[in-house]
Design a protein around this ligand. Structure first.
Ligand SMILES: *Cc1c(COP(=O)(O)O)cnc(C)c1O
Length: 365
């Protein structure tokens, strides 16, 4: 399929100060869009000026939330080249989300090609300042104008892009987390493993509650027993603990196993691969919230951190559960968190050699 190009005649003003960019507020000059109809499959791919789209007020996405999305970033290397981090994984995951949401699959290679063309057209929008990047948002919405409940017969696949500033302009700041015991984000058998807008709608109430109690994010428990930790905010969660084999000083990395209600993060997968490469033992298993506090009480809990594209690594400083508050690693960034952050962002921004083969320069794609 050939991508039609309709360039804007009026380029927008770029942000004056890249260090002041807020997440997801301003968008580049162009966007990618293609359509799906049952009789034609995906068709009419085009890059056009960023702007409003028209939808029927009856479009199914507006009523029954048949929507999925992805999130990844384009990074500017010191030599000026732009690169992506494991981008195929994002489009493969989009198809996993599509499957669960009864949305037609997209061609992974074609989507990646479309993304690269779009970035090339708006390449001046990829920030140059420390820690800033261009956030990329591919998504699919159901557009059939119909109020009956069934999968839509029509869809739009779009990509929009937004320059974002450094997440931690003043260095890594540990966050405060409250264990949420009332509301759940997802349940086994539901959509938790899919990157779907509906999961975010379900998470807003718990997030609001945590914030009203003075905590930044929620530690989600499983929706069935409300016992096992699943994710922190919209990040995967990791614990660094003293190894259970008892050898003093030896560390083990533990993270909840992918149970169906957890989103399989690409940062999560990369952290697991890096830690194993470094010779750390990594275990994916169920971890109860009570076990986290027991590990703390026995002095074995060294670090907790979240992982996701937006932040890379987000250390947890304080953790609250039903009235009890603990401070992890004196509220400071742990050694493993810091090393993971430096390595991951170093590879993403092309500042250290990528011996994992994770990055793709957009020129070559
Ligand atoms: C996107 C997402 C993550 C992180 O995934 P990455 O691929 O690492 O960015 C974790 N949890 C939820 C709920 C998410 O939506």
């Amino acid at each position: 399929m050939k991508i039609e190009l309709n360039k804007t005649t009026a380029l927008k003003k770029k942000p004056a100060d890249e260090t002041q960019l807020q997440f997801g507020r301003i968008f580049t000059d162009h966007m990618f869009i293609m359509e799906y109809e049952e009789s034609r499959g995906w068709h009419s791919p085009r890059i056009q000026p960023f702007g409003d789209i028209t939808l029927s007020p009856a479009a199914m996405v507006l009523h029954y939330s048949q929507e999925i999305f992805e999130g990844l970033k384009a990074y500017r290397r010191p030599d000026g080249e732009i690169q992506l981090f494991r981008p195929k994984e994002n489009f493969k995951r989009l198809n996993v989300s599509a499957e669960r949401s009864v949305i037609p699959n997209i061609d992974v290679d074609f989507a990646l090609k479309a993304l690269c063309e779009l970035i090339r057209i708006d390449e001046d929008w990829v920030p140059r300042s420390e820690g800033a990047s261009l956030y990329l948002r591919p998504y699919i919405i159901a557009t059939d104008p119909f109020l009956g409940v069934r999968p839509s017969n029509k869809y739009l696949f779009m990509i929009i892009m937004s320059p974002v500033g450094a997440y931690y302009p003043n260095g890594l700041n540990p966050v405060s987390i409250a264990v949420e015991e009332e509301y759940v984000r997802a349940i086994k058998g539901g959509m938790g493993f899919a990157k779907a807008g509906g999961n975010y709608a379900a998470s807003l109430m718990g997030q609001k509650k945590a914030q009203s109690e003075g905590y930044e994010q929620v530690l989600w428990l499983d929706g069935v027993e409300r016992k096992y930790i699943e994710e922190v905010g919209s990040m995967n969660v990791f614990l660094i603990v003293e190894n259970s084999n008892g050898r003093a000083g030896e560390l083990e990395v533990i993270t909840p196993e992918l149970s169906g209600s957890i989103l399989p993060g690409i940062t999560r997968m990369s952290v697991i691969e890096l830690c194993r490469k470094w010779g750390l033992k990594v275990t994916e298993r169920k971890i109860s919230a009570d076990e986290v506090f027991q590990l703390y009480d026995t002095g074995k809990l060294k670090e907790i951190f979240g992982t996701g594209t937006a932040v890379a690594i987000s250390p947890v400083g304080t953790l609250k559960k039903s009235g009890r508050v603990i401070t992890i690693n004196d509220g400071k960034i742990g050694e493993v968190s810091q090393k993971l952050y430096s390595t991951l962002t170093g590879i993403q921004y092309g500042k250290i050699p990528d011996d994992m083969g994770w990055t793709k320069a957009i020129r070559g794609l």
